[in-house]
Design a protein around this ligand. Sequence first.
Ligand code: NCD
Length: 313
Amino acid sequence: MKSFISVLNLSKQDVLSYIVKANNMKHGPLCKFPNKTLITMFYEPSTRTSCSFQAAAIKLGCNIINLTDKVSSVEKGETLEDTIKTLNSYGDVIVLRHPLKGSSERASHVSKVPIINAGDGNGEHPTQALLDIFTIYNEIASFEIDLDSEKRNKIVVTFLGDLKNSRTIHSLIHLLMLFPKMKFIYISPPSLEIPQEIVDKVNSFPNCEQMVMDLDTAISMTDILYVTRIQKERFANERDYYSVVLNHNHQQYCVDKEIMLHAKEKMIIMHPLPRLHEISTELDNDPRAKYFKQVENGVYMRMAILDTLFNLS
Ligand code: NCD
């Protein structure tokens, strides 16, 4: 029984083998696990994570049970622990999204079946980080750049948006740090900066540089531009949210055709989605825009994750 809670226990070798496996999933194998049941338990909204886990499970031949907070007994006051113990009788793996940081870890302490963390508040989103690094690996390979090579030039990854609350960025940074010659640029509205604990962690890796910059300066040196929305649901109240959103110049944190004129030809734009206004739809046909490629890759990577897990159990 092996839960998938955090990227922190993954080695570079683990990441590379997930990438190989996900690439193989593009050609099958199909319907390997007709006796397995996947339970999705989503206590926060989700389109991609929830549906791609279901799509992955369907391709692997599994059965599916879906539960959301709107229809579960949490509405009647049931604890997370009791719900998890109950679901243990119905399936072989639980994919959990929950608004509280640390909730997947909590669930794993009482669960007899593996828990997959599908986002715990502003904590982590490890399966998204794997599909993101899978996308990065494949896309830069198409520029003949090997993510894992010591000989290549430095890769500049610019993170733009709500770096404080973006769990996808928190997890992705940890995976990128495993690879050689990385440079991270952080661009965020005031009060939504990258958490200090992540800055300290990056500092302890000699192969990584990091700095704060503005988008106008960073754009021309960026190889991977990773954009994220301001996570409204993480603010204590609407007033706090609007005070951040209204007190800065939005344009500085948005990507459009104009700013992309200054970007390299061989670079990529990523976003975990949903996007609001931070990437203009006029960029969707730009060959550098890879956010819908991430969506597609999510199915292959989640197949690889489920396959690994079921082969272990
Ligand atoms: C992200 C999430 O839920 O953290 N979405 C996703 O899983 N693809 C990003 C977001 O909600 O902004």
